[in-house]
Design a protein around this ligand. Structure first.
Ligand SMILES: [Zn+2]
Length: 191
């Protein structure tokens, strides 16, 4: 089966950027923003830094918090509707993994996470905001421009810095700027 891990952002495009990647997320982790340690873990697990895997962390954390707040009980299980980089972020952030049978992926080209509490069947849905999607696309386009330049070209360094700035924003922006969470068949969750 052909697997496209990077449908949302062709992450391999950032291979040249990776060497510059440092944990510059000095913003204090609040709300459902992840601590820098989680992103280190993500990079190790996923193999590279990309907008898609960061999206997965933000979606996974926001959904988990919202489902807890909605009173979800028992084991949480996840369903994601695209087989791509966010899946790894979800596994790291929400603890719902393929191996523990708490993750089901349907490859429908939709960046949508549904998290369900098996105890009382409550569920929440998390999607990306338009702004987050646009930032992801911008990071991809900047990465493409950077790659055609020689490694030490000042223009390339500047482009790579812009990509890093986008990643930093995706990691640290307030949850409601990155993720839209709704409870299914119920009222909107205010976060
Ligand atoms: Zn990726």
């Amino acid at each position: 089966m052909a697997i496209n891990y990077c449908k949302i952002v062709p992450c391999v495009a950032f291979a040249g950027v990776m060497s510059l990647t440092v944990s510059c997320n000095s913003v204090l982790a609040t709300d459902s923003m992840a601590a820098p340690a989680l992103y280190s873990q993500l990079e190790e697990f996923h193999g590279h830094v990309c907008a898609g895997s960061i999206f997965g962390v933000r979606l996974g954390l926001a959904a988990k918090e919202a489902l807890k707040a909605a009173g979800g009980t028992g084991k949480f299980t996840a369903r994601y509707y695209d087989l791509s980089c966010p899946v790894d972020g979800i596994q790291v952030a929400a603890g719902t993994t393929y191996g523990n049978k708490a993750l089901n992926v349907q490859d429908r080209d939709e960046h949508r996470l549904v998290l369900t509490a098996e105890g009382n069947k409550r569920s929440v849905e998390a999607r990306l905001t338009k702004k987050a999607e646009e930032m992801g696309i911008a990071s991809r386009d900047l990465g493409k421009k950077a790659r055609v330049l020689s490694v030490k070209a000042p223009e390339r360094v500047a482009l790579e810095r812009e990509v890093e700035d986008i990643f930093a924003w995706l990691r640290s922006a307030p949850t409601d700027e990155v993720v839209i969470v709704t409870t299914l068949n119920s009222k909107k969750v205010n976060r």
